[in-house]
Write a protein that binds this ligand. Structure first.
Ligand SMILES: [Zn+2]
Length: 195
């Protein structure tokens, strides 16, 4: 599918970015396309050459846009999730906490029915057209997002778990874990994911 115009996301042409999303995420999730535009908006609002960390307020899709387009990943902890379920991300200076928050603004979706139906879940997914949503994202460009300056709380930046990083062996399962989490590892305290 070829679209008009010179819309780019990061260094990618729009359709090229959509292919990248498919490859990385396993499907073409509209949220990652929106997230890609949001990353570009955040970058454009930051002082050039500054190092930044990122917060995503949703764990759905948005982190994959950040991981595709920036050096920040969950694994290197330059990307953190602060789940508020709002579709927003913040790029911030980890020394000062000052940052720019970008969000998808539901009040700006009046002219974009396919995006609105997707974002606000106005219709069941099977009645939505992915192609129309992608086409609207391409035409809407940056018009459907809002930005605001924010200051990230020092307690959030500090990564408190790193300060108590003593490692011991769990007396129950024998695996290594952070002893700040208890006498036994969280799994052996009954907080593991398995039945
Ligand atoms: Zn254990």
């Amino acid at each position: 599918m070829e679209r008009e115009g010179d819309m780019k996301i990061g260094t990618y042409a729009y359709d090229e970015f959509i292919e990248k999303v498919k490859e990385f995420h396993g499907s073409i999730a509209p949220g990652i396309v929106a997230g890609g535009v949001m990353v570009d908006i955040a970058k454009a609002n930051l002082p050039e050459g500054e190092f930044f960390d990122v917060i995503c307020e949703s764990q759905h899709c948005l982190p994959d846009a950040v991981q595709l387009l920036t050096p920040c990943t969950i694994g290197n902890r330059w990307l953190k999730i602060a789940e508020t379920s709002r579709y927003a991300l913040t790029f911030y200076n980890k020394y000062t906490g000052e940052g720019i928050r970008v969000y998808l603004d539901a009040k700006k979706l009046g002219d974009w029915p396919a995006i609105s139906a997707w974002f606000l879940k106005e219709k069941p997914k099977k009645e939505q057209s992915l192609d129309r949503i992608l086409d609207e994202f391409c035409r809407a460009r940056t018009a459907i997002y809002g930005t605001e300056k924010v200051t990230v709380k020092p307690s959030f930046i500090a990564s408190p778990e790193k300060k108590h990083s003593a490692i011991g062996l769990c007396p129950c399962c024998g695996e290594a874990f952070r002893t700040s989490l208890g006498e036994r590892c969280p799994a052996c305290q009954g907080r593991g994911p398995y039945g």
